[in-house]
Design a protein around this ligand. Structure first.
Ligand SMILES: NC(=O)c1ccc[n+]([C@@H]2O[C@H](COP(=O)([O-])OP(=O)(O)OC[C@H]3O[C@@H](n4cnc5c(N)ncnc54)[C@H](OP(=O)(O)O)[C@@H]3O)[C@@H](O)[C@H]2O)c1
Length: 286
Protein backbone atom coordinates (compact mmCIF):
# COMPACT_ATOMS: atom_id res chain seq x y z
CA UNK A 1 0.00 0.00 0.00
CA UNK A 2 1.17 3.56 -0.54
CA UNK A 3 0.43 5.23 2.77
CA UNK A 4 3.58 7.38 3.01
CA UNK A 5 3.50 11.08 2.16
CA UNK A 6 6.52 12.91 0.74
CA UNK A 7 9.72 12.09 2.64
CA UNK A 8 10.81 14.67 5.20
CA UNK A 9 13.25 15.07 8.07
CA UNK A 10 12.53 12.64 10.94
CA UNK A 11 11.21 14.45 14.02
CA UNK A 12 13.77 15.00 16.77
CA UNK A 13 11.43 15.93 19.64
CA UNK A 14 7.76 16.19 20.60
CA UNK A 15 7.54 19.81 19.48
CA UNK A 16 8.72 19.01 15.96
CA UNK A 17 5.90 19.52 13.52
CA UNK A 18 4.25 18.27 10.36
CA UNK A 19 2.68 20.69 7.89
CA UNK A 20 -1.07 21.10 7.51
CA UNK A 21 -2.69 21.93 4.18
CA UNK A 22 -3.43 25.51 5.30
CA UNK A 23 0.23 26.34 5.96
CA UNK A 24 0.07 25.75 9.72
CA UNK A 25 2.28 23.23 11.49
CA UNK A 26 1.15 20.67 14.05
CA UNK A 27 3.42 19.12 16.71
CA UNK A 28 3.93 15.41 16.04
CA UNK A 29 3.13 14.23 19.57
CA UNK A 30 0.05 15.32 21.50
CA UNK A 31 -1.16 14.52 25.00
CA UNK A 32 -4.65 13.01 24.86
CA UNK A 33 -7.02 13.67 27.74
CA UNK A 34 -9.89 11.25 27.01
CA UNK A 35 -10.97 9.78 30.39
CA UNK A 36 -8.57 12.12 32.14
CA UNK A 37 -10.68 13.21 35.11
CA UNK A 38 -11.79 16.83 35.34
CA UNK A 39 -9.98 18.93 37.93
CA UNK A 40 -6.44 18.71 39.22
CA UNK A 41 -5.61 15.38 37.53
CA UNK A 42 -6.02 16.82 34.04
CA UNK A 43 -4.49 20.18 34.97
CA UNK A 44 -1.39 18.41 36.29
CA UNK A 45 -1.19 16.03 33.33
CA UNK A 46 -1.21 19.03 30.98
CA UNK A 47 1.47 20.92 32.91
CA UNK A 48 3.56 17.73 33.23
CA UNK A 49 3.38 17.25 29.48
CA UNK A 50 4.22 20.87 28.68
CA UNK A 51 7.13 20.71 31.18
CA UNK A 52 8.75 17.83 29.29
CA UNK A 53 8.33 19.40 25.87
CA UNK A 54 4.89 18.45 24.55
CA UNK A 55 3.35 21.36 22.67
CA UNK A 56 0.05 19.77 21.67
CA UNK A 57 -3.01 18.81 23.74
CA UNK A 58 -5.99 16.90 22.35
CA UNK A 59 -9.30 17.35 24.18
CA UNK A 60 -13.01 17.35 23.27
CA UNK A 61 -16.19 18.92 24.59
CA UNK A 62 -17.46 15.49 25.64
CA UNK A 63 -14.35 14.80 27.76
CA UNK A 64 -15.57 17.42 30.25
CA UNK A 65 -12.06 18.71 30.90
CA UNK A 66 -11.55 21.60 28.48
CA UNK A 67 -11.46 24.07 31.38
CA UNK A 68 -8.70 22.01 33.02
CA UNK A 69 -6.71 21.95 29.79
CA UNK A 70 -6.96 25.75 29.73
CA UNK A 71 -5.93 25.89 33.39
CA UNK A 72 -2.90 23.62 32.79
CA UNK A 73 -1.89 25.73 29.82
CA UNK A 74 -1.97 28.92 31.89
CA UNK A 75 -0.10 27.22 34.78
CA UNK A 76 2.67 26.17 32.40
CA UNK A 77 3.74 29.76 31.87
CA UNK A 78 4.02 29.14 28.13
CA UNK A 79 2.59 31.65 25.68
CA UNK A 80 -0.68 30.64 24.08
CA UNK A 81 0.94 30.54 20.64
CA UNK A 82 3.50 27.98 21.79
CA UNK A 83 0.88 25.30 22.37
CA UNK A 84 -1.39 23.66 19.80
CA UNK A 85 -4.87 22.96 21.20
CA UNK A 86 -7.39 20.65 19.54
CA UNK A 87 -10.97 20.22 20.66
CA UNK A 88 -13.98 18.52 19.08
CA UNK A 89 -17.62 19.09 18.33
CA UNK A 90 -19.80 16.49 20.04
CA UNK A 91 -22.40 14.40 18.17
CA UNK A 92 -25.38 16.14 19.78
CA UNK A 93 -24.14 19.54 18.62
CA UNK A 94 -24.21 18.94 14.86
CA UNK A 95 -26.09 21.50 12.74
CA UNK A 96 -25.08 24.96 11.57
CA UNK A 97 -26.00 27.19 14.49
CA UNK A 98 -25.44 24.49 17.13
CA UNK A 99 -21.89 24.03 15.84
CA UNK A 100 -21.17 27.74 16.17
CA UNK A 101 -22.68 27.72 19.69
CA UNK A 102 -20.73 24.60 20.72
CA UNK A 103 -17.52 26.11 19.40
CA UNK A 104 -18.10 29.21 21.50
CA UNK A 105 -18.72 27.10 24.62
CA UNK A 106 -15.47 25.18 24.02
CA UNK A 107 -13.55 28.39 23.42
CA UNK A 108 -14.88 29.83 26.71
CA UNK A 109 -14.16 26.61 28.64
CA UNK A 110 -10.60 26.61 27.36
CA UNK A 111 -10.41 30.35 27.95
CA UNK A 112 -8.59 30.99 24.69
CA UNK A 113 -9.12 33.46 21.84
CA UNK A 114 -8.79 30.89 19.12
CA UNK A 115 -8.70 27.11 18.82
CA UNK A 116 -5.86 25.69 16.73
CA UNK A 117 -7.78 22.70 15.42
CA UNK A 118 -11.53 22.08 15.68
CA UNK A 119 -12.73 18.61 14.68
CA UNK A 120 -16.07 17.00 13.99
CA UNK A 121 -15.86 14.21 16.57
CA UNK A 122 -18.12 11.74 14.77
CA UNK A 123 -19.73 11.68 11.28
CA UNK A 124 -23.41 11.95 12.27
CA UNK A 125 -25.46 10.97 9.19
CA UNK A 126 -27.85 13.39 7.52
CA UNK A 127 -26.52 16.54 9.14
CA UNK A 128 -22.72 16.37 8.91
CA UNK A 129 -22.48 18.40 5.67
CA UNK A 130 -24.48 21.24 7.23
CA UNK A 131 -22.13 21.03 10.22
CA UNK A 132 -19.14 21.24 7.89
CA UNK A 133 -20.45 24.55 6.51
CA UNK A 134 -20.32 25.95 10.05
CA UNK A 135 -16.79 24.56 10.47
CA UNK A 136 -15.81 26.37 7.25
CA UNK A 137 -17.29 29.59 8.65
CA UNK A 138 -15.19 29.18 11.82
CA UNK A 139 -12.12 28.78 9.63
CA UNK A 140 -13.02 31.83 7.52
CA UNK A 141 -13.34 34.00 10.64
CA UNK A 142 -10.04 32.73 12.11
CA UNK A 143 -11.74 31.55 15.33
CA UNK A 144 -10.54 28.06 14.41
CA UNK A 145 -7.09 28.16 12.81
CA UNK A 146 -7.65 24.74 11.22
CA UNK A 147 -10.64 22.44 10.90
CA UNK A 148 -10.91 18.72 10.44
CA UNK A 149 -12.77 15.52 11.08
CA UNK A 150 -12.48 12.47 13.28
CA UNK A 151 -13.67 8.91 12.80
CA UNK A 152 -14.19 9.56 9.09
CA UNK A 153 -13.72 6.39 7.09
CA UNK A 154 -13.28 6.46 3.29
CA UNK A 155 -17.02 6.69 2.53
CA UNK A 156 -17.51 9.61 4.94
CA UNK A 157 -14.50 11.39 3.49
CA UNK A 158 -15.58 10.89 -0.12
CA UNK A 159 -18.92 12.54 0.62
CA UNK A 160 -17.16 15.49 2.24
CA UNK A 161 -14.62 15.83 -0.58
CA UNK A 162 -17.54 16.20 -3.00
CA UNK A 163 -19.16 19.03 -1.05
CA UNK A 164 -16.50 20.94 0.90
CA UNK A 165 -15.44 24.51 0.16
CA UNK A 166 -12.44 23.99 2.47
CA UNK A 167 -11.08 20.46 2.77
CA UNK A 168 -10.30 19.18 6.27
CA UNK A 169 -6.72 19.64 7.43
CA UNK A 170 -6.83 16.54 9.62
CA UNK A 171 -8.55 13.17 9.94
CA UNK A 172 -8.16 11.75 13.45
CA UNK A 173 -8.78 7.98 13.59
CA UNK A 174 -7.85 5.03 15.77
CA UNK A 175 -4.50 3.67 14.57
CA UNK A 176 -1.95 1.24 15.92
CA UNK A 177 -0.15 -1.76 14.41
CA UNK A 178 -3.28 -3.72 15.29
CA UNK A 179 -5.46 -1.95 12.69
CA UNK A 180 -3.11 0.03 10.41
CA UNK A 181 -3.31 -2.26 7.38
CA UNK A 182 -7.10 -2.59 7.73
CA UNK A 183 -7.33 1.19 7.47
CA UNK A 184 -4.99 1.62 4.48
CA UNK A 185 -7.85 2.87 2.29
CA UNK A 186 -8.78 5.81 4.51
CA UNK A 187 -5.12 6.67 5.20
CA UNK A 188 -4.40 6.72 1.45
CA UNK A 189 -7.51 8.72 0.61
CA UNK A 190 -6.73 11.26 3.33
CA UNK A 191 -3.14 11.71 2.20
CA UNK A 192 -3.99 11.90 -1.49
CA UNK A 193 -6.17 14.88 -0.60
CA UNK A 194 -3.57 16.56 1.60
CA UNK A 195 -5.34 15.61 4.83
CA UNK A 196 -2.97 14.79 7.67
CA UNK A 197 -3.77 11.59 9.57
CA UNK A 198 -3.68 11.53 13.37
CA UNK A 199 -3.49 8.28 15.38
CA UNK A 200 -5.76 8.06 18.40
CA UNK A 201 -5.58 5.22 20.95
CA UNK A 202 -2.02 4.48 19.70
CA UNK A 203 -1.37 2.50 22.89
CA UNK A 204 -4.49 0.39 22.21
CA UNK A 205 -5.84 1.81 25.50
CA UNK A 206 -3.28 -0.46 27.15
CA UNK A 207 -4.76 -3.70 25.78
CA UNK A 208 -1.81 -4.89 23.71
CA UNK A 209 1.11 -3.64 25.78
CA UNK A 210 2.01 -7.23 26.76
CA UNK A 211 1.67 -8.73 23.28
CA UNK A 212 4.74 -11.00 22.82
CA UNK A 213 5.93 -9.77 19.37
CA UNK A 214 5.72 -6.19 20.61
CA UNK A 215 7.47 -7.09 23.87
CA UNK A 216 10.32 -8.71 21.87
CA UNK A 217 10.89 -5.59 19.77
CA UNK A 218 10.77 -3.38 22.86
CA UNK A 219 13.36 -5.59 24.59
CA UNK A 220 15.70 -5.27 21.59
CA UNK A 221 15.69 -1.50 22.02
CA UNK A 222 15.50 -1.58 25.84
CA UNK A 223 12.32 0.48 25.61
CA UNK A 224 8.77 0.04 26.87
CA UNK A 225 6.12 -1.35 24.56
CA UNK A 226 4.31 1.99 24.82
CA UNK A 227 7.41 3.76 23.50
CA UNK A 228 7.64 1.31 20.58
CA UNK A 229 3.99 1.94 19.64
CA UNK A 230 4.54 5.70 19.66
CA UNK A 231 7.76 5.40 17.67
CA UNK A 232 6.00 3.13 15.17
CA UNK A 233 3.31 5.79 14.62
CA UNK A 234 5.90 8.55 14.16
CA UNK A 235 7.79 6.45 11.60
CA UNK A 236 4.53 6.12 9.67
CA UNK A 237 4.31 9.95 9.57
CA UNK A 238 1.28 10.00 11.83
CA UNK A 239 0.64 12.66 14.41
CA UNK A 240 0.27 10.57 17.55
CA UNK A 241 -2.01 11.28 20.50
CA UNK A 242 -1.17 9.27 23.61
CA UNK A 243 -2.99 9.59 26.92
CA UNK A 244 -1.66 9.23 30.43
CA UNK A 245 -2.40 10.98 33.68
CA UNK A 246 0.91 9.88 35.21
CA UNK A 247 3.85 12.29 34.92
CA UNK A 248 6.41 9.46 34.58
CA UNK A 249 4.52 7.83 31.73
CA UNK A 250 3.87 11.19 30.07
CA UNK A 251 7.64 11.77 30.07
CA UNK A 252 8.44 8.22 28.88
CA UNK A 253 5.94 8.47 26.05
CA UNK A 254 7.81 11.51 24.74
CA UNK A 255 11.23 9.87 25.08
CA UNK A 256 11.04 8.23 21.67
CA UNK A 257 13.22 10.42 19.48
CA UNK A 258 16.59 8.72 19.98
CA UNK A 259 15.93 5.28 18.57
CA UNK A 260 14.69 3.98 15.23
CA UNK A 261 12.71 0.87 14.40
CA UNK A 262 14.20 -1.04 11.49
CA UNK A 263 12.22 -1.68 8.31
CA UNK A 264 11.88 -5.32 9.38
CA UNK A 265 10.57 -4.31 12.80
CA UNK A 266 8.09 -1.92 11.17
CA UNK A 267 6.88 -4.75 8.92
CA UNK A 268 6.59 -7.13 11.88
CA UNK A 269 4.51 -4.56 13.71
CA UNK A 270 2.33 -3.81 10.66
CA UNK A 271 1.68 -7.55 10.35
CA UNK A 272 0.03 -7.56 13.80
CA UNK A 273 -3.09 -6.13 12.16
CA UNK A 274 -6.29 -7.72 13.45
CA UNK A 275 -8.68 -4.86 12.66
CA UNK A 276 -8.66 -3.91 16.33
CA UNK A 277 -11.26 -1.40 17.50
CA UNK A 278 -10.90 -0.39 21.14
CA UNK A 279 -13.78 2.07 21.25
CA UNK A 280 -16.10 3.32 18.55
CA UNK A 281 -16.26 1.47 15.23
CA UNK A 282 -16.82 4.02 12.46
CA UNK A 283 -16.29 1.49 9.66
CA UNK A 284 -19.96 0.48 9.64
CA UNK A 285 -21.34 3.94 10.46
CA UNK A 286 -23.59 5.21 7.60
N1 LIG B 1 -11.48 11.23 18.18
C1 LIG B 1 -11.86 10.20 18.89
O1 LIG B 1 -12.96 9.65 18.71
C2 LIG B 1 -10.94 9.66 19.94
C3 LIG B 1 -11.21 8.42 20.54
C4 LIG B 1 -10.30 7.95 21.49
C5 LIG B 1 -9.17 8.69 21.82
N2 LIG B 1 -8.95 9.91 21.22
C6 LIG B 1 -7.79 10.75 21.58
O2 LIG B 1 -6.61 9.97 21.58
C7 LIG B 1 -6.03 9.98 22.88
C8 LIG B 1 -5.33 8.67 23.20
O3 LIG B 1 -6.22 7.56 23.09
P1 LIG B 1 -6.79 6.78 24.36
O4 LIG B 1 -6.87 7.71 25.51
O5 LIG B 1 -8.03 6.10 23.92
O6 LIG B 1 -5.77 5.62 24.66
P2 LIG B 1 -4.19 5.33 24.56
O7 LIG B 1 -3.40 6.57 24.53
O8 LIG B 1 -4.04 4.32 23.49
O9 LIG B 1 -3.97 4.55 25.93
C9 LIG B 1 -4.16 5.18 27.16
C10 LIG B 1 -4.00 4.11 28.25
O10 LIG B 1 -2.65 3.66 28.28
C11 LIG B 1 -2.11 3.89 29.57
N3 LIG B 1 -0.71 4.31 29.39
C12 LIG B 1 -0.27 5.47 28.89
N4 LIG B 1 1.07 5.50 28.81
C13 LIG B 1 1.49 4.32 29.29
C14 LIG B 1 2.78 3.77 29.49
N5 LIG B 1 3.89 4.43 29.16
N6 LIG B 1 2.87 2.51 30.01
C15 LIG B 1 1.74 1.83 30.32
N7 LIG B 1 0.50 2.31 30.16
C16 LIG B 1 0.37 3.56 29.65
C17 LIG B 1 -2.97 4.96 30.20
O11 LIG B 1 -3.03 4.82 31.60
P3 LIG B 1 -2.71 6.03 32.64
O12 LIG B 1 -3.48 7.24 32.20
O13 LIG B 1 -3.19 5.46 33.92
O14 LIG B 1 -1.23 6.23 32.60
C18 LIG B 1 -4.33 4.63 29.61
O15 LIG B 1 -4.97 3.58 30.32
C19 LIG B 1 -7.23 10.27 23.80
O16 LIG B 1 -6.86 10.65 25.09
C20 LIG B 1 -7.94 11.33 22.99
O17 LIG B 1 -7.28 12.57 23.11
C21 LIG B 1 -9.81 10.38 20.29
Amino acid sequence: MSTSPEPHRAPTGPSDTLPLRNGMHIPVLGLGVFRSPAGRVTQQAVTAALDVGYRHIDTAAIYGNEADVGHGLRDSGLDRDQVFITTKLWKADHGYQSTLDAFERSRRQLSVDHIDLYLIHWPVPGIRLETWRAMEHLLDTGAARAIGVSNYMAHHLEELLDHARHLPSVNQIELSPYNYRSRADVIDLSRKNGILVEAYSPLTKGRKLDDPPLVRIAATHQRSTAQVLIRWALQHDLVVLAKSTHADRIADNADVFDFTLTDTEMETLDALDENLVTGWDPTTAP
